[in-house]
Design a protein around this ligand. Structure first.
Ligand SMILES: Nc1nc2c(c(=O)[nH]1)N[C@H]1C(S)=C(S)[C@@H](COP(=O)(O)O)O[C@H]1N2
Ligand SMILES: [Mo]
Length: 519
């Protein structure tokens, strides 16, 4: 649309006049001069971190390759999908079945079912991206360099439009020397990238956190809801890709050697040194991608631990403090709720299922004064509680459902854990994707939170088999994989390190997921 307007204007009225900017007279300009070291280095690190985020983001996206503007993610309601598949309706189609392959040439690490590793990269690099951004903006605001990026007069919009008409008609407007200042459209583009797109990406990212959304649903609503936030996060990725493509093209077409000397060396001349060093910089960035793939395939456990070391302390003092509180209504319950996981194949579960779980007894054992075995009726007698919450799967989909069950806090009171019991482990009748019983853990602090339930009802009905009958966990400040379905027994222990491969759960052990996924 703007393109057509620009063509019509160019054809009818000719190209608009653009007043020469003061910056186009070399040396005569007042205002910011040149590119000090902190601009040049933050430019480099920004490329480095932005590409890490974009590439790992693509891997995360493809684990649930559909985007929605509604929170229930009903198949068919997505506004865009990156999978040729329609969701079959004649059989159970889990979110895991729906995950796609993406080439490691474009995504980090790429391939299928690598969301855990991709998230490690995403969350490690977000620190670098944010620190680089703060460093850069700090430099801008404490020098006169802010004049480059922040428009000071509303005429910038008219000038930017005129510049756009030139570009749209394949004509270069008179360019100021970027060493002294930018043209109006360039200024607006840089301003939007630094001061709108980057912060908005971070804020939309936070609007996908289960801890935030289930404590402050209103925060997600600023973005139009949790899935809308995911869509916006994606659209901003598209925005960054478009910016990079146009920016690089124009840098090349408007005096490549001079432009490269500006941003690499901080000089304003026509030597080829900047270009050569620039290519070295690009080579370093490409090598960093190769190194990142190497680490992903050969040291995923180390990567998982680095991510944990960097993010866990911050989560413990921020997101993990939030207490989820159900704030959804019955009307908001999702018509569709993606199932996930592998149905139990064990004979004892099948026998129990055939008898409607009347003979089911949950075993609670380990470091407790009062080990018990409880039927569903016993749990009801202990006192049932109801919540309507939003489920967040690590893959990206969400769904709202009502859950009824025994508060874990009450069970903890009832069984009296020993003082050195710190962790509660939930074992499933079902297996994980890569074999071996599915299990996961919670620290007692989270297990005691009011919304933490052992649910035996979903949306007013006994828990259906695919959703975890007879009993499943609900911990609303965390991601779905922590919520073990088809629970067989619960064990209190000193540390998650004593169980499985020691990472805190089946997915943590086998797919390098986070121990504490508040986001
Ligand atoms: N036993 C078991 N529990 C499990 C899983 C699993 O594979 N096995 N998958 C988890 C994941 S990844 C999610 S998102 C939720 C899905 O719950 P739902 O099927 O009710 O949507 O269950 C969790 N609990
Ligand atoms: Mo999940």
């Amino acid at each position: 649309m703007p393109l057509i307007l620009a063509w019509v204007q160019g054809a009818v009225l000719g190209l608009p006049y653009i007043a020469p900017s003061p910056a186009s007279h070399v040396g005569a300009a007042t205002g910011p001069h040149g590119f000090p070291f902190w601009i040049r280095w933050s430019h480099f690190f920004n490329i480095f971190f932005l590409f890490m985020l974009m590439r790992s983001g693509l891997s995360i996206l493809m684990d649930h390759p559909r985007l929605y503007f509604n929170d229930d993610c009903t198949p068919g309601t997505e506004w865009i999908r990156f999978t040729p598949l329609k969701v079959p309706t004649d059989r159970v189609w889990t979110a895991k079945d729906d995950a796609r392959y993406i080439s490691p040439l474009v995504a980090l690490p790429g391939y299928r079912h690598t969301v855990g590793v991709a998230r490690s990269w995403h969350f490690i690099n977000i620190y670098g991206f944010v620190l680089t951004g703060l460093f850069f903006v700090g430099g801008l605001l404490t020098s006169d360099q802010w004049l480059r990026l922040i428009p000071t007069s509303p005429t910038v919009f008219a000038q930017a439009w005129n510049t756009f008409v030139h570009y749209a008609n394949f004509h270069f407007p008179p360019e100021p020397d970027g060493f002294y200042g930018y043209n109006a459209l360039q200024q607006l583009a840089y301003f939007a990238t630094v001061f709108i797109m980057a912060p908005l990406s971070i804020l939309a990212g936070i609007a996908m956190s289960p801890a935030v959304v289930n404590s402050f649903p209103a925060y997600a609503r600023i973005f139009g809801g949790r899935q809308s936030a995911r869509s916006i996060h994606f659209l901003l990725l598209v925005g960054f890709i478009a910016f990079v493509a146009i920016h690089v093209t124009l840098v090349v077409l408007t005096g490549f050697a001079r432009n490269m000397n500006h941003i690499v060396l901080g000089t304003d001349d026509l030597r080829s040194t900047g270009m050569i060093l620039g290519f070295v910089g690009i080579a370093i960035i490409v090598l960093s991608w190769i190194a990142a793939h190497y680490a992903s395939w050969f040291f995923p456990r180390a990567l998982q631990h680095v991510q944990r070391a960097i993010t866990l302390p911050l989560k413990l003092i921020t997101l993990d403090r939030l207490v989820p509180s159900a704030r959804y209504t019955k009307e908001q319950i999702s018509p569709h709720f993606w199932p996930n996981g592998k149905m139990p194949e064990r004979q004892d579960w099948k026998t129990l299922a055939a008898g409607d779980f009347k003979n089911y007894k949950l075993k609670v054992c380990g470091l407790v004064e009062n080990p018990v075995e409880l039927s569903i009726a016993d749990m009801r007698a202990l006192g049932a509680q109801e919540t309507i919450t939003m489920h967040h799967c690590i893959q990206g989909w969400s769904g709202i459902a009502q859950w009824r069950g025994l508060s874990l806090g009450k069970l903890i009171e009832h069984v009296k854990p020993k003082p050195y019991a710190k962790v509660v482990a939930f074992y499933s009748f079902g297996d994980g994707l890569y074999g071996g019983a599915y299990y996961d853990t919670q620290d007692i602090y989270n297990a005691r939170k009011p919304e933490c339930l052992l649910a035996f009802e979903m949306n007013g009905q006994p828990l259906p088999a695919v959703y975890g009958a007879p009993l499943r966990l609900r911990v609303e400040n965390q991601l779905g994989y922590k919520m073990v379905k088809w629970i067989e027994r619960i064990e209190f222990t000193e540390s998650e390190k004593l169980l499985g491969k020691g990472e805190g759960g089946k997915n943590e052990d086998d797919e390098y997921f986070d121990l504490l996924p508040n986001i």
